[in-house]
Design a protein around this ligand. Structure first.
Ligand code: ZN
Length: 839
């Protein structure tokens, strides 16, 4: 299955990184002369400087000086920056209230990036070329260079008359007003962005520029743009009208000399940039993927000391400024979350490599701005979004992270509060109220800050990390307080829900923190090897380094975002045994339920908090069930290079899958009455039957997914796996849990009648697939891609049909054997539906 990752923008909820994987861009390719000749317009006649930049001009000095004269914006392009690569990043800064912008609904997220360059053309013109091809040819003397140049030119996306030359003749002045007021493929929204957001033409009368600011390495343009809404096909009600957004376009000057890159490796978890290289492989093309990282280098005078293995300070440390809009009391914790990475960088040979800092006040430094691309920052957003994200922009030639803004949404605090009360309430008395003390909330903020900063350093989620820790260790006070409950802060491991109150574990063993995986990952990504001239030269060395290091399973990377069949790499799960872990988790949830009314009581308030937190309990329980269900049809993935022995892909064993079904039968399909609390229901209006449905239905949906059934069948021939779980046995094991009353001749209660109906509807979906549900999230799209419906060549339909027939015959027998009226009515109906299903 091939996914187009280039087009995939991933915004995972609950602490995620936003990362757009871009088409790669590189320099070198010259433009064939005929193409230039074709674009000769009328020669322009530059005027005297003072005629264009009059005494009324307001000048903003920076990368390009920007002169505002009346309503006009003039850019002064220095000759020294001609042909330099400039990264353009377009973002939504504010979106129309009420949403409907699709991909344009998340303020702060980049919507696209491209590389451009300014160039002098004939007849006193300045061109903007889009350097958008995805080929890298580093050696301009090679024959491959000529071949690639022949078949590719950089399109000229805009042409400007030179209005005047700089006072000292070292630059050209162009009128940029129409360009920033209008609609084009470089700034703002590309035609692709607009069509995916169902936007039509720009409405110029409802659009205006709000600001143009120039900084030493970037220029920021902010504009309010109004577009016509494209009427929806079929004339549905929501079409027509217009859509207004505020957009921000940054032009960021890329370094003259690209940083030395490092090839990505699927045994470590870094964000990447990628491009096609024509030089590497003499007999074809090579897809190159480089990790994203900051340019951390020793000072020139320290290089020899660094090579000897001494700890040195980097030439340019990584600094995260805290947005001045951040509430004062949280600033120290956000800073601490950044500084927690300092010790990690020492593993890579750098001391004092990373700092959190308060942004300077206007008095301290009037020039300082969050918009200055030299500044990375944690930006505080007064938003109801319960999330945080850590996007960064990187040099597409090398992976160098140029700047990074962690978006910190105010409401992320309610998210961590909810988790902490539900997962750690039984362990930490401070978690047993709705409004946490500042100290506890501060500690929670610190861990979220560390996680987000980890993303901005280049690290991806390592969902597999926490599954390298034995469940028993999670309950061992000494062990878990010393080592933490997960080796990586980049996991979604949240809190140690396995620990029991009698274990007396303190927050050192409950909170996530930066761990040994993170130390290894930063060392791997950031250590410089001066003996090698480039990523290709260091390849063999890096490979053996990884092989050696990842012999410790705690240093392994567990891919859980793009490869989703490995049950070890599930989000929100901790410990090496999800079954045992869930049982401990449930023991804690029972304690939460019985105390929840007290913990959620807020004087003078109603029961809204109780309702919210009870739903959180249900959600947490559903997570545990999902962890166990992930074993069904699981295929473990252990990425290896050819030097490493053993299988890369390995199907889950029959025993482990059977254990999972036995657990689900016992803890999910046998009605989990512990979660039904009449006292809570009478205050919130929740309905027990609905709650149980909301718990059981997703589990059945999950384990009876067509993709899983296909994989169960395929496991029969999986290399080396003789201990596979036959589909018929799997279906019978579920039946034993869900329809146990039939053989035992017992009455069937209302919860179980509901469960049996759900089960039957899932079987029906397999035999009579209807319209597939439209995907509602990026995860659904991935799911659909990975478990694409295959033509039914082998076994699934026939086995399920045989199973349904045997269920029907069990039911027919049970109808005769039961005297319970409700049971009898239910079974007669079930028998009738089964007949229909078999038709
Ligand atoms: Zn994240």
């Amino acid at each position: 299955m091939k996914l187009d990752f280039k087009k995939l923008s991933i915004t995972l909820l609950l602490f995620c990184s936003v990362n757009i994987i871009y088409a790669q861009v590189n320099s070198a390719v010259e433009v064939p002369k005929p193409a230039l000749d074709a674009i000769k317009g009328a020669p322009s006649q530059p005027k005297a400087y003072s005629e264009i930049i009059t005494s009324k001009a307001v000048t903003d000095k920076g990368m390009f000086n920007v002169h505002k004269v009346g309503e006009k914006y003039f850019y002064e392009i220095p000759d020294s920056l001609l042909k330099r690569h400039i990264l353009v990043v377009n973002r939504v800064s504010r979106t129309q209230a009420g949403g409907q912008g699709g991909a344009l609904s998340n303020p702060g997220d980049p919507i696209d990036e491209k590389v451009i360059m300014f160039e002098k053309g004939p007849n006193n013109k300045i061109f903007i070329r889009t350097v958008s091809h995805s080929q890298a040819v580093k050696d301009s003397t090679s024959s491959m260079f000529t071949a690639v140049s022949k078949s590719n030119i950089f399109p000229i996306s805009a042409a400007f008359d030179i209005k005047a030359f700089s006072k000292d003749s070292t630059g050209s002045i162009i009128d940029f007003t129409d360009f920033i007021n209008g609609d084009n493929e470089i700034l703002y929204l590309s035609s692709g962005d607009k069509s995916s957001a169902k936007l039509g033409a720009l409405q110029a009368d409802k659009s205006y520029v709000t600001g143009v600011t120039s900084f030493p390495i970037n220029i920021e343009v902010t504009a309010v743009k109004t577009f016509a809404k494209t009427p929806s096909p079929g004339g549905g009600g929501s079409g027509g009208g217009s859509f207004t957004v505020e957009l921000n376009s940054s032009m960021v000057l890329l370094p003259k000399v690209p940083m030395q890159g490092r090839y990505s490796d699927n045994r470590t978890g870094y964000f990447t940039i990628g491009y096609t290289d024509y030089d590497l492989n003499p007999q074809g093309v090579e897809q190159v993927s480089l990790i994203k990282r900051f340019r951390l280098e020793p000072k020139k005078e320290d290089i020899e000391r660094y090579k000897r293995g001494e700890l040195v300070e980097p030439a340019k440390p990584i600094i995260f400024y805290i947005d001045p809009a951040t509430p004062e009391k949280w600033i120290p914790y956000l800073i601490q979350g950044v500084n927690d990475w300092q010790g990690v960088f020492e593993k890579a040979g750098f001391k004092n490599a990373i700092f959190g800092k308060r942004a300077p006040t206007k008095e301290e430094n009037p020039e300082w701005s969050l918009l200055d691309a030299r500044h990375s920052a944690i930006v505080y957003k007064a938003s109801t979004t319960a999330n945080a994200s850590g996007p960064s922009i990187a040099d597409p030639r090398s992976g160098e992270i140029i700047e990074s803004h962690v978006n910190w949404f105010h409401n992320v605090m309610s998210l961590v509060r909810n988790w902490y009360m539900i997962q750690a309430g039984p362990l930490d008395a401070r978690a047993r109220k709705m409004l946490f003390d500042d100290e506890l909330m501060g500690e929670l903020i610190r861990f979220v800050s560390s996680h987000e900063v980890g993303h901005t350093l280049g690290l991806r989620h390592n969902f597999g990390s926490s599954s390298t820790v034995p469940v028993d260790s999670l309950r061992s006070k000494a062990w878990v307080e010393a080592n933490g409950h997960t080796p990586s802060i980049m996991d979604y491991a949240r809190f140690n829900y396995v620990a029991q109150p009698e274990d007396n574990i303190t927050t050192a063993g409950i909170f996530p923190r930066i761990g040994i995986y993170d130390e290894w990952a930063i060392n791997w990504g950031y250590r410089r090897f001066y003996q090698f001239d480039g990523p290709e030269q260091e390849k063999a060395f890096i490979n053996s380094w990884i092989i050696e290091s990842t012999k410790d399973p705690r240093l392994q990377f567990g891919e859980g975002e793009f490869y989703r069949n490995d049950p070890r790499n599930t989000a929100e799960q901790i410990g090496d045994d999800p079954i045992k872990g869930s049982i401990y988790g449930i023991m804690n949830l029972k304690r939460v339920v019985s105390n929840l009314i007290e913990w959620t009581t807020v004087p003078n308030e109603n029961y809204q908090s109780l309702n919210t937190m009870y739903n959180e309990v249900v959600t947490q329980f559903k997570r545990y069930n999902g962890h166990v269900a992930a074993r069904i049809a699981g295929v473990l993935m252990n990425p290896k290079s050819v030097e490493q022995p053993g299988a890369v892909f390995e199907a889950e064993t029959r025993t482990r899958q059977k254990e999972a079904i036995m657990h689900l039968n016992e803890y999910v399909f046998k009605t989990p009455v512990w979660i039904l609390n009449p006292e809570i229901f009478e205050k919130t209006g929740a309905i027990g039957l609905k709650i149980i449905e909301s718990i059981q239905e997703p589990v059945l949906e999950n384990i009876l997914k067509r993709g899983k059934l296909d994989r169960l069948v395929q496991a029969e021939i999986y290399a080396g796996n003789r201990d596979y779980y036959p589909l018929i046995e799997f279906l019978d094991d579920i039946k034993r849990g869900i329809w146990g009353e039939l053989n035992r001749r017992e009455p069937i209660d209302i919860y179980r009648r509901q469960l049996q109906q759900i089960h039957m509807s899932k079987l029906n979906n397999i035999l009579n697939p209807g319209q597939a549900k439209a995907p509602t999230s990026i995860m659904d799209v991935l799911d659909a891609a990975f478990s694409q419906a295959h033509p039914d060549y082998v076994d699934v339909t026939s086995t399920v049909r045989a199973h349904v027939k045997s269920l029907k015959s069990d039911i027919s027998k049970a109808i005769k054997g039961t005297n319970d009226k409700k049971t009898k009515i239910h079974l007669i109906e079930m028998e009738r539906r089964l007949q229909n299903i078999l038709k």
